[in-house]
Each structure stands twice: as C-alpha cells, then as structure tokens.
Design a protein around this ligand. Structure first.
Ligand code: HEM
Length: 236
C-alpha cells in the first residue's frame, strides 16, 4: 500500500479513536451528561477503553484472513495506545471525580494562588481510595488491567523493542490478552448480581482468544518437528 494512503488511513484512525473523547467533551460543554455526570463519564471512558482494547486484539486475526488487509497490523499499536488513553481517563475520573475529590474547589484554589489544595484534597480522599482498593475486588482487577496497559504503552516504542529484542517484546506484549481478560472480569464484578450487560464483550473476547489459540496450534503443526540428536544405542 502506498505511503500516502497509509498516512491518510492513520489520520482517519486517529480521528475515529478521538471521536468518543470529542463527543464526551461536547456533551460536557452542552451540559448533556445526564442526571449523574460522574457516573456517565466513568462508564463512558471504561466502555471505550474496553472496546478499543478488543479492537486492537481483533486486528491480528483479521489481517491473517487476507494478504490484501495485512496492512492493518500497522494500526494495532495506535488502537492499543488509545485503549490505554481511555483507561487512563477512566482511572483519572475515578480518582478525581468518583472518589469524592473536590476538583472544582481545587481548581478555584489554584486560580487563587493556592496549589497546595491539590495535595490537601488528595489527603482527604486517599482513605476512600485505599479502602476501595482493599475492599472491592473489581477495583483491584481494574488496576491490574491498567498496570498491564501502562507497561505495554511504556514499552511500545520501536526503540524499546530493539533494546529488549523482538522475541522478548512479543512475549511481553502477549500480556495484552491478560489485560483484556482482567478488564472483562472487572466489568462482571462491578455489575449487580443477575445483570448480564457484559455478555457481549465476553463473547467478543472469547472469540478472539479462540482465534489466537487456533492460530498457535496450526502454526505449531505446520512447523517441521525438530529432529533430536540422540546418542546411538549401543548393545553391550
Ligand atoms: C485503573 C483502574 C480502574 C478503576 C479504579 C476502575 C473503576 C471503575 C469504576 C468505579 C466503575 C463504575 C462502577 C460503578 O458504577 O459502580 C468502572 C466501570 C467500568 N470500567 Fe473500570 N476501572 C479501572 C480500570 C478499567 C479498565 C482498565 C477497563 C477496560 C480496559 C475498565 C472498564 C470498565 C467498564 C467497561 C466499566 C463499566 C461500564 C458500564 O457499566 O457501562 N476499567 N470502573
């Protein structure tokens, strides 16, 4: 595919991945976040983090379907980084809005020349966050998923790949499947008993994992079996 076409497609991919964020800002500007804006922002960012994570996983099996769409692989990193972007917005929403951090007062205090309010407010909400971390398993598994995404985002540049070696880099980046599994568990553990909302993302993830497993099995079968060099048997 020509370089210009790839550049145009990359621009389109950036615009598509940023569209949910733009929509969220638009709804915020127009006071259109529903009766509980914090709830809306938390769920919106969480959902988009998960959708983009699944989309980045879907690129690998999709590009194997036909050589004409093999170029899709160039977009996997980009989509994965946007998943991390939304997951980080989701975490920031949890810390600065959901947990009771009084962001408007802090912003007013900063404007009035009191930046210390950032830490004062943090000291106030920290016990709530620590309590959530210890008590709520859905928060624990959410943090676990985000930490994996953080590690993958930090090691995504090509220079890091070269430094640690392609094979090691690939092995490390397979953790993205674990991050997705943890994110789906996070979703199941936060919904009320009997609520089945996360079923669609669960089916999507199960299909992606099955595709991955099938591909590895077929690849292993296609590889010629290694001839083991054994010492010739001697009869005494
Ligand atoms: C970084 C640590 C995380 C924290 C502290 C966190 C916290 C939360 C909270 C408080 C909620 C709302 C719960 C409620 O309404 O009762 C939520 C919902 C959700 N989170 Fe997270 N989360 C984290 C990581 C993640 C990650 C990494 C993903 C996905 C990649 C994710 C996806 C979701 C989804 C899909 C929902 C539910 C959305 C819905 O119900 O529509 N979260 N999270």
């Amino acid at each position: 595919m020509p370089k210009r076409a790839i550049l145009a497609l990359k621009l389109l991919a950036h615009l598509l991945c940023l569209a949910p964020f733009a929509l969220l800002l638009y709804r915020f500007q127009h006071d259109n976040l529903g009766p509980d804006p914090v709830h809306t922002i938390t769920h919106f960012t969480g959902n988009w983090a998960l959708y983009l994570l699944l989309a980045s996983l879907a690129i690998t099996p999709l590009r194997r379907l036909s050589s004409s769409i093999a170029f899709l692989i160039r977009f996997r990193r980009l989509v994965g980084l946007y998943a991390f972007f939304y997951a980080s917005l989701h975490l920031a929403t949890y810390i600065f809005l959901f947990s009771g951090y009084d962001l408007p007062s802090v912003l007013l205090a900063i404007r009035a020349g009191n930046p210390g309010a950032i830490l004062q407010q943090w000291h106030l909400v920290w016990p709530t966050i620590a309590g959530d971390l210890l008590k709520r398993r859905f928060i624990q598994v959410g943090i676990f998923s985000w930490l994996i995404l953080l590690a993958l985002a930090c090691t995504s540049p090509a220079v890091i790949m070269r430094a640690i070696g392609g094979k090691n880099w690939q092995r490390l980046h397979r953790l993205v499947y674990l991050a997705a599994i943890a994110a789906v568990i996070h979703f199941w553990w936060l919904v009320k008993p009997g609520v089945r909302t996360p079923w669609k993302v669960t089916v999507a993830l199960a299909l992606l994992l099955a595709a991955r497993l099938l591909y590895s099995t077929l690849k292993r079968r296609q590889q010629p079996t290694k001839v083991r060099r054994t010492a010739p048997l001697t009869t005494q």
